[in-house]
Design a protein around this ligand. Structure first.
Ligand SMILES: [Zn+2]
Length: 442
């Protein structure tokens, strides 16, 4: 998946990429004698030593299906995208390609795939999904390099290729959707990006947005680094608050200050973006529901000295503002009631739930549906939740707005129904212990 070192260096020096050479000439007779086949499709030519199969032979056809999607995303005229053609080498035995002069002269030691202008090389894979992913990944580099003139900085280049590599292909209808994350693990054998991010987070390596943007593809990247750039792209592309701005980035790939423009673009809500990004990375799963997990940011008002407040918390949404600002170390008594649906049986029967949660199922080590609390202070605010249940004194570790939600997976909110009511009042526990962690006294 590495690109050519030289072309990345040229991009940095501002040299235009429009002058990519045509794919090298091929001699069908010589290829056949060496055991290679040529499969022609509308917008791509496949050269391969893989035996004929329906899956292999439809690979070049995917390019014509993806081209209008790339055109839309990258602001390229449909007509120009329709004329675009790609050469694809699918490789089982590298020696055959080398002997025929079909190997890239520069950067000959790629791991899975390589893109050089109008040619891409993809090594054979066990899984149909992952083979298509790699082809779409490399082809995205090619489309950007030849149609936009650049792929932008390394992290963005790989992020877009990883994003457009995720796809849903319907064999029966021949429909292809790109930039569409797999809904289940079974739908994407060998892809594994979700697992890599989850494992990294579990080992205490949750990368900030800036850390992901420092991933530099001028060296060979580890698969985990591809997973991180994919996750960031999929977050920015799927989150209702950030996706419109993300869609503007392709217009800047030739700008040397691309990253400063990115910073300015997200300056006004960068703190929230970072908080939501960390929450996303920490709860990443197949079928992650970004629109429902999107935080309803609303700054809270302090409670009066003897005051109280009430909040309604929907069961089918992520973190929601309570409307109340709390002070570090000063407990707030939260009492919740209500009956809502937290899941369904396979036969459709609903699972009723109250703020204490159900004991039949757990999520993240706590009862499913249990009321949780946090305060919007610090980058990891929404990752560090405290259980509340029916009633508890919540002591915030830092001053900020109190947020509430029910405990559920980020891919399981859509099946929930109803809401709970939370009553908040000042006091309820021993104040002023100055705990670093949020504290709950039942
Ligand atoms: Zn790549």
């Amino acid at each position: 998946m590495r690109w050519l070192l030289v072309s990345v260096a040229l991009a940095a020096a501002g040299v235009c990429h429009a002058g990519w050479p045509e794919p090298r000439p091929i001699d069908a007779g010589r290829l056949a004698a060496a055991g290679l086949r040529v499969v022609e499709a509308e917008q791509a030519t496949l050269v391969t030593d893989a035996p004929p199969s329906a899956e292999t032979d439809r690979l070049p056809g995917l390019i014509a299906l993806a081209a209008p999607r790339w055109a839309e995303r990258f602001g390229v005229a449909r007509s120009a995208a329709k004329k675009w053609r790609l050469r694809v080498y699918l490789i089982e035995d590298e020696a055959r390609f080398r002997a025929l002069g079909l190997w890239p002269d520069q950067s000959p030691d790629f791991q899975h795939g390589l893109s050089l202008g109008y040619e891409v090389w993809v090594r054979q894979q066990e899984s149909d999904y992952y083979r298509r992913h790699l082809l779409l990944h490399e082809a995205t580099h090619s489309f950007m390099a030849t149609r936009l003139g650049s792929c932008g900085p390394g992290w963005y280049m790989e992020a877009m290729a990883e994003l457009c590599g995720t796809h849903q292909y319907n064999e029966a209808t021949g429909e292809l959707r790109i930039a569409s994350p797999p809904e289940t693990r079974e739908a994407a054998p060998d892809w594994g990006r979700v697992r890599l991010v989850r494992d990294a987070v579990a080992s205490g390596r949750l990368l900030s947005v800036d850390a992901v943007r420092k991933i530099d593809n001028r060296r060979l990247l580890a698969t985990e680094e591809y997973a991180w750039v994919w996750a960031l792209a999929s977050f920015l592309d799927g989150h209702p608050a950030y996706r419109e701005r993300f869609a503007r980035l392709p217009g800047w790939v030739n700008e040397p200050d691309f990253d400063s423009r990115f910073d300015r673009l997200y300056q006004r809500d960068r703190r929230r973006l970072e908080q939501e990004w960390r929450l996303y990375a920490a709860t990443l799963c197949y079928g992650h529901d970004l629109p429902r997990e999107a935080i309803d940011f609303r700054q809270g008002e302090p409670l009066a000295a003897d005051g109280s407040a009430a909040a309604t918390i929907a069961a089918d949404r992520g973190w929601q503002s309570s409307g109340v600002a709390v002070e570090a170390g000063e407990p707030v008594q939260i009492t919740a009631e209500g009956r809502y649906v937290i899941a369904h049986e396979p036969d459709g029967a609903p699972w009723p739930c109250e703020p204490g949660g159900v004991t039949l199922a757990y999520h993240a080590g706590r009862p499913l549906g249990e009321l949780l609390a946090t305060v919007d202070a610090g980058p990891g605010a929404f990752v560090d939740a405290a259980p509340v249940g029916r009633s508890a004194a919540y002591t915030a570790p830092a001053s900020g707005t109190l947020y509430l939600r029910v405990n559920d997976a980020a891919n399981a909110l859509a099946e929930n129904e109803g809401s709970l009511s939370a009553a908040l009042r000042r006091g309820g526990g021993p104040a002023g212990r100055g705990a670093r962690q949020s504290r709950v006294d039942r």
